[in-house]
Design a protein around this ligand. Structure first.
Ligand SMILES: Nc1nc2c(c(=O)[nH]1)N[C@H]1C(S)=C(S)[C@@H](COP(=O)(O)OP(=O)(O)OC[C@H]3O[C@@H](n4cnc5c(=O)[nH]c(N)nc54)[C@H](O)[C@@H]3O)O[C@H]1N2
Ligand SMILES: Nc1nc2c(c(=O)[nH]1)N[C@H]1C(S)=C(S)[C@@H](COP(=O)(O)OP(=O)(O)OC[C@H]3O[C@@H](n4cnc5c(=O)[nH]c(N)nc54)[C@H](O)[C@@H]3O)O[C@H]1N2
Ligand code: SF4
Ligand SMILES: [Mo]
Length: 672
């Protein structure tokens, strides 16, 4: 054994916590990653997904050289090619497409598989300089972002939660999705005897650790909030003096919630009327209370209504006036994430169209789009699995006249549709800088080892592609460190960050006086949609404990830990369908179907089934792409309604156990 070297880094994943880690390198090989002990927020602990991150880097099925498609799109048949051949092919095709159809026929499609300034943002420079179509929107916390544009705050420093007296965990599964936040909740319990109440249709890991679990029906949150607001107003518990300084439509708000008596609310939410009254009184009395709100709960066509409803409660309670009070959904350090993309490189006088990234299926199949997309580059996301109406996405990706490049670590469902696959470095092999969306620290990631095989960082891919595309701006020659440094706030230089490993940026407390917020429901208090036909159940697809979205769903250890795709259902719903615990079922609707193993449990509510995790379509016996059943439906702000899928559940035919029963038509093979 040689001497072990340690290298400072951080987790790249799309998770609230952005943990700092230390990579241990022995003879050029990373033997472990361990949480950085002195990080004030993440405190030396990674999570059940990432504590063996080197197994991802060294996975036997990791992509380590470029590939070119040789079989039909989606078949996963590729041959190895050199980087030169791959880059020349991409440049030649993108140049020809731009010449024939205009540069807007090119589309970058990226998300937060890595949240790094280089890995997520760097490649955008190419597309901006070409004048390609831009992407807007998102597939995560879109309703929060849309509401922030109306002035609603997203949150405050989560370390201040330690000063809360009442914590409502409203549709958030902290112990699975961002467990470092839990320690501040425990601190509030210790310091202030704070009560912790979980509001979630599922009895999650988190719900089990709370003082109370309110298992309401999904999509009824705005009704519960209206009921609580009514009690607060009627019993004189609201801080009206404060609310008037913040809210421009208080009278409207009061009028809208007036009809929502506890009995009516209880009936719709599936909880007791006394619970509504007690929640309202406790919430009003706490000094302060926080509504710690999650992401899944706003993934409906009424996402912004939910965000407005919880803000209305926090304002009526006067909670923002105290440290640790208000609504907390997202917390970010002061990092200018968009700057490294260099939108200033867009050719002068041009303003390329912006396409909603959450409608990729429509974008790729809409016959009226002018020009249609002919060149697509995908990185940091797996749209064939994670997008709403994933069948339509797959039909788009299968188009014969679409040239698709996917930059990836693994041959995902999406990469299987690519014409060219480029191998990307993992976090142990490249430099990067990250923000976070659950705290106020900026973190650095130093490369622990050289890239494996022929994998390259996205900065390197940009530098290699740019001259082939005829782009010679100095920004195209910047190093990965220079790309990342572009995001740093004034006064913070990269050398200091590299030295420290992380830096907390300070943000002023949220003050809302005079904000003129509009918090009344629009078009009345929103109600959940009824099932399209009798007997259909609402399918929830919460985050899996051992996967990060669809990342890790292909890794053996994570798959073993997560088990098979499993559908939770109440005994009453199972009896009504003649289904038994542990049997293979088919989950279907008019769009598609997938297989799962049934688990009868009282951890969900009647009328609801839940399958945690975003599974791939392979291996076939255990494929379960739930978004094939997800409608193309969005909130007014563009939030995909992942949580409004309605399904039938039937016994799987013998032998068809967990097989995907229908695949979207692959409309193409051959040349593109
Ligand atoms: N282990 C793990 N961690 C993750 C991720 C992962 O995939 N796995 N993903 C990361 C990402 S991208 C994100 S966005 C975050 C998300 O973090 P969370 O918001 O905590 O996770 P979600 O599973 O989206 O939703 C949380 C809870 O909302 C509940 N919920 C759904 N619909 C409703 C509703 O109508 N009303 C109420 N009250 N509750 C509802 C679900 O039952 C679920 O328990 O987690 C991040 N961390
Ligand atoms: N039904 C349903 N659908 C959902 C959700 C849900 O709860 N239910 N959640 C939604 C939410 S909140 C989110 S955020 C999205 C998440 O959806 P995605 O952003 O697509 O997240 P992942 O599925 O983790 O896919 C990220 C991909 O990026 C790749 N990757 C990671 N690091 C790098 C890198 O450095 N370079 C490159 N080139 N690739 C990299 C990974 O291998 C992985 O394949 O899904 C949404 N879809
Ligand atoms: S996924 Fe989240 S909790 Fe896990 S190591 Fe990464 S940042 Fe930390
Ligand atoms: Mo997300």
């Amino acid at each position: 054994m040689g001497e072990t070297r340690t290298v400072k880094g951080c987790c790249p994943l799309d998770c609230q916590d952005t943990c700092s880690w230390v990579a241990e390198v022995d003879q050029g090989r990373v033997v472990a990653v361990r949480g950085a002990k002195d990080h004030p927020f993440t405190r030396g602990v990674l999570c059940a997904k990432v504590n063996d991150y080197p197994t991802r880097t060294y996975a036997p099925d990791r992509l380590l050289h470029p590939l070119r498609r040789v079989g039909p799109k989606g078949s996963g048949q590729f041959e190895r090619i050199s980087w030169d051949a791959a880059l020349d092919l991409i440049a030649q095709r993108f140049t020809a497409i731009a010449a024939q159809h205009g540069p807007e026929a090119l589309l970058p499609h990226r998300y937060l598989g890595s949240m790094g300034m280089v890995q997520c943002r760097g490649l955008m420079r190419l597309f901006h300089a070409l004048g390609a179509s831009r992407t807007g929107g998102g597939i995560c916390a879109v309703s929060y972002v849309a509401s922030a544009a109306e002035g609603l705050p997203l949150g405050f420093d989560p370390e201040d939660v330690a000063d809360s007296r009442l914590i409502l965990l409203w549709g958030v599964n902290i112990l699975s999705t961002c467990h470092h936040h839990w320690q501040f909740i425990q601190e509030a319990r210790r310091r202030h005897n704070a009560r912790v109440i979980c509001i979630d249709p599922i009895r999650t890991r988190t719900a089990r650790q709370c003082d109370e679990h309110v298992a309401l029906r999904p999509g009824t949150d705005t009704v519960l909030a209206a009921g609580m607001a009514r009690v607060m107003l009627e019993e004189g518990l609201a801080d009206l003096d404060y609310a008037r300084t913040v809210c421009a439509d208080l009278d409207d708000l009061a009028r809208n919630v007036a009809p929502w008596t506890p009995v009516r609310v209880a009936d719709i939410c599936g909880i007791a009327p006394e619970t509504v009254v007690r929640l309202a009184r406790e919430f009003a009395a706490a000094r302060p209370a926080v509504i710690r709100a999650g992401v899944g709960v706003q993934q409906t066509v009424h996402g912004e209504s939910f965000v407005r409803a919880v803000h209305a409660l926090a304002v009526l309670g006067g909670h923002w006036q105290h440290r640790g009070g208000g609504v907390l959904a997202i917390a970010r350090p002061d990092l200018n994430q968009l700057r490294p993309e260099r939108a200033d490189l867009i050719p002068p006088g041009k303003s390329p169209r912006v396409l909603d990234m959450a409608r990729l299926g429509e974008t790729l199949t809409d016959p009226t789009l002018d020009p249609p997309i002919h060149g697509l580059m995908v990185w940091g996301t797996n749209p064939a699995v994670v997008q709403p109406d994933a069948g339509r996405v797959q039909q788009g990706l299968a188009r014969g006249d679409l040239f698709t490049v996917v930059v990836e670590h693994f041959l995902t469902d999406t990469a299987r549709f690519a014409d060219v696959v480029l191998p990307s470095t993992t976090q142990l092999e490249h430099f990067d800088v990250l923000g976070a969306w659950g705290h106020h620290y900026i973190s650095v990631n130093l490369p622990a080892i050289a890239p494996l095989g022929e994998a390259k960082s996205h900065g390197e891919i940009m530098r290699l592609l740019a001259p082939r595309l005829g782009l010679d701006h100095p920004a195209m020659r910047e190093s990965d460190e220079e790309i990342a440094a572009f995001a740093l706030p004034p006064g913070l230089d990269l050398a200091a960050l590299k030295d420290a490993g992380w830096i907390k940026t300070t943000k002023p407390p949220v003050t809302l006086a005079g904000a003129g917020l509009r918090l009344a429901p629009r078009d009345g208090v929103s109600l959940p949609p009824a099932p399209p036909s009798a007997g259909m159940l609402r399918l929830m697809t919460p985050k899996a404990h051992f996967f990060l979205n669809s990342s890790f769903a292909n890794q053996p250890r994570h798959r073993r830990a997560e088990g098979r795709p499993t559908l939770d259902m109440t005994a009453a719903d199972a009896v009504a369908r003649g289904l038994r615990d542990g049997e293979a079922v088919k989950v279907r609707n008019g769009r598609d179907a997938f297989g799962a193993t049934l688990r009868i449990t009282d951890a969900v509510v009647d009328g609801v089934v839940a399958m945690p995790g975003k599974w791939w379509s392979v291996p076939k016996e255990e494929g379960a792409v739930s978004n094939l059943l997800c409608p193309g439906a969005w909130s007014p702000g563009g939030q995909p309604a992942f949580n409004e899928i309605f399904v039938e559940v039937v016994r799987a035919e013998a032998g068809a156990a967990a097989a995907q029963v229908k695949r979207p038509a692959l409309v193409s093979s051959g040349a593109s």
